[in-house]
Design a binder for this molecule. Sequence first.
Ligand code: ATP
Ligand code: MG
Length: 356
Amino acid sequence: MTSHGTPRDRILTGDTPTGKLHLGHWVGSVKRRVELQDTHDCFFILANMHAFTTRSDQPDEIRADTLEIVRDLLCMGIDPERASIFLQSEVPAIAELTFLFSMLLPFNRVMRNPTLKEEIKVKGLGENYPFGFPLYAVGQTADILAFRPVGVPVGEDQVPHLELTREVARRFNQKYCNVGDKVEDADHVDEGGVFPVPVADVGAVGRLVGIDGANKMSKSLNNAIYISDTAKQVQKKVNKIFTGRQSPTEPGDPDNILMQYCDIFIPDQDRVAELRRKYAAGEDIGDGHIKQELGASINALLEPMRERRLQFEQDSDVIDVLKRGTIEANRVTEETLAMAKEAAGLGFFPRTLDIH
Ligand code: ATP
Ligand code: MG
């Protein structure tokens, strides 16, 4: 609610607890989330059920990562007084909508999702992934639509998932709410649809490359600088960035990964322009020197986050944040589920959920 008591537009996004948060999360999504807290009702999901798609044999790690990511979010500036951070596993409407939505998507359509294909490849899942792995793409449409949000702040890799979500919203509204197939996306709710057709809100840097210089920085690929890394660890990782340049007088590629990181993490853009010019000209500027400047800038960004983390050491405090957020998430999603069930002829009697 705003201070005037009118409902605000909602935002839904979140993270899978497959590791800790890294700089890619900051530039791709979390920085934007921090801004949106001022203007929107924000819901941030910990997709702990989806973590089982690739880690069903590691429940303890999933649990530990869930709490650690909440800490990461809090120290990055998510304010639990203004935003709801919640557990997917305790919001049953999401699982129920997943079942309903899975009927709206042809199997082949789900398998055509390029992000799913890419994950199968880079995570080496081969032919042996569980049935639940492709199902998570359907589940993600339910994570999102359960909140009837206007937008979803995400990195570039999530855009195909958003496209699938938009298709589900359209199909549901057309099938069960008499929304015509010529109706514009923006008009679905006005025309009686349960679900808005949400847009992807891609962050300033939609895809930060990892320190391997090859893949997306990813918590599953061992190529990440973590928000919780110490200053020393950060510098060590920055020093590992490989450019192939041999000497300070060799002209460097002004668009290589080191220069991309400088663009993103050194706030003084005049300084970056100067570094780039000297680098391209081979004007006696070594990779080592640039890496020192870059490491210092990243550490300046992370230092206030490190200080804030000290306030959230207790698991019980983190669980309390999750509990409050999950209660709020159930309030909204139970309402959505009731609307969806009513539309699909499944509304027989009301129910209430109780978390205590
Ligand atoms: P996993 O390897 O387990 O998929 P991940 O690092 O991709 O982990 P997710 O939990 O899948 O992290 O993603 C959370 C959010 O952060 C998504 O919106 C995603 O697009 C964004 N994101 C993740 N990595 C990057 C990156 N390197 N650059 C920009 N955005 C990113
Ligand atoms: Mg991912």
